[in-house]
Write a protein that binds this ligand. Sequence first.
Ligand SMILES: [Zn+2]
Length: 193
Amino acid sequence: MSEESIESADNFPPTQDGYQRLWTPQRMVYVQGQDKPKDTSKKECPFCAAQKKTDEEGLIIWHGTHVFAIMNLYPYNVGHLMICPYRHVGMLVDLDDDELFEFEKATTLAITVMKEVSHPDGWNVGINQGEVAGAGVAGHLHQHVVPRWEGDSNFMPITAGTRTMPILLGKQRDDYAAGFEHLQGDFNLPSRN
Ligand SMILES: [Zn+2]
């Protein structure tokens, strides 16, 4: 291709059209996975590791018979917790009937505890299954329960997810733990210990 045939960049968009654009090439790092550790096989699963710690250290809120509740170290929003089976399995279909029932029942308990503790206006509840779907710990199933308040997205975008607030997390764990203990009877969910 001769130099003469190369068109001037001035002829390409964006031309001035009154719109502002956000140029975010750094997002491609997420899409292409450059920052991911190459070998995660030797790294212990954080949900299995937490079960070996004290509840305070592991930020575990509640122990059911088959599942437990734990704070999210990288919350989408203040008060974000997760429900996990004790077993290290990655998919909802891996759960047996007892686990599946308690997994969902504990989710309703978590929502009720949040209502009592922090009065959210709404919730995001859900599972990312598999790395491609956004699961941070794909090997160990976890249901996100994220309280939402009117206007909260103004200060904590759902995509941020990288701020750790250990002191706040400890206090929230304590408040939630008290709430789970207080309300678990209403949900016919016995605590394991
Ligand atoms: Zn695990």
